[in-house]
Design a protein around this ligand. Sequence first.
Ligand SMILES: *Cc1c(COP(=O)(O)O)cnc(C)c1O
Length: 245
Amino acid sequence: MSKIKSEVIDTALLENIKNIYRKISYAAIRSGRNPFDVKLVAVTKTVGIDKIKEAIDLGLRVFGENRVQEAQKKIADCRLQITDCKVEWHLVGHLQRNKAKTAVQLFDLIHSLGSIGLAEELNKHAERDSKIQRVLVQVKVSEEETKHGVARENLIDLIKAVSVMKNLKLEGLMTMPTFFDNPEMARPFFKELREIRDKAEESVSKAFGNKLPELSMGMTNDFEVAIEEGATMVRIGTGIFGERR
Ligand SMILES: *Cc1c(COP(=O)(O)O)cnc(C)c1O
């Protein structure tokens, strides 16, 4: 166990983390799930390295970034400064094909795979790095133009293509519905992602024996609803680190 290294504990950060874990537990338990089946991904976009180190001191181990460029320096700094504990980095934001190489070097899990082209690119770089790149397929559940991800009707083809790429390991699905003030409005989209997952597992498992255990869904505003609908990873930024600049 690594000891607390910061001189002063950020009590606001500690309170936020406790609060989020409590809510995760309650949401899991009231829906008949095991709280340990829900992984907290602390989203650190715009958050500096010092704050991230404090979060590590307070026990967080999985961090999410939404831009490759922003993540690059942070992850390098973090790896230099923290050598005694295993921290996981996830890419939760959109990934452009020309950043695939860097993404493979940086991230343990990429949540935003949305096309066969990108999958081929990731697979190529993973092979060169002798790495098995873990990925989630991002599914577009709301019709909003700006949301990335694969359309429902193309999902099975994408899953089949990824399944035969030797250096990619597909672990599940991710979605990011439109923002609603009332989190209940997001529930149908979370429910839909779970149903899409169940159907996809059924239709591809005959051919490939695939399981898609992970469902990355839910952010600060709606993660409790997402957990009630089956989320295994929640991506939380503001709820942990406060409002972004
Ligand atoms: C920023 C971001 C989050 C976290 O959002 P909060 O509302 O601050 O919790 C989650 N997922 C993605 C893809 C993001 O870009």
